[in-house]
Ligand binder design. Structure first.
Ligand SMILES: [Zn+2]
Length: 98
């Protein structure tokens, strides 16, 4: 995976660029599904694909490509901006076991 620092001003443009990279991965069949629920993305549900900071910026996560994961909209909004990916996965496991 490419590591690239996103500067403050270039952030949105770079974020779009990473979505375009994801589309290329989808087209070549290499993209992963949602990091959290495993939902698979295709060209038909691409609107459901979001990019999420695995370690939130609020928790000093870095704005680097390596800290960005694919998530579906539902998981992204449920995870919010406070939990890390690992914490959210633990929450999902506890819900599944309940
Ligand atoms: Zn999901």
């Amino acid at each position: 995976m490419v590591t690239r620092r996103l500067d403050k001003l270039g952030q949105v443009r770079q974020f779009r660029a990473t979505i375009e990279e994801r589309v290329e991965e989808l087209q070549s069949g290499m993209a992963n599904g949602c990091r959290f629920c495993g939902k698979e993305f295709s060209m038909d549900n691409l609107r459901d694909l979001t990019l999420d900071h695995d370690v939130p910026l609020e928790k000093l996560g870095e704005d680097l490509i390596d800290n960005i994961v694919c998530a579906c909209r539902r998981c992204n909004s449920r995870k919010g901006s406070k939990k890390t990916g690992a914490e959210f996965l633990t929450q999902l496991e506890m819900e599944a076991a309940a």
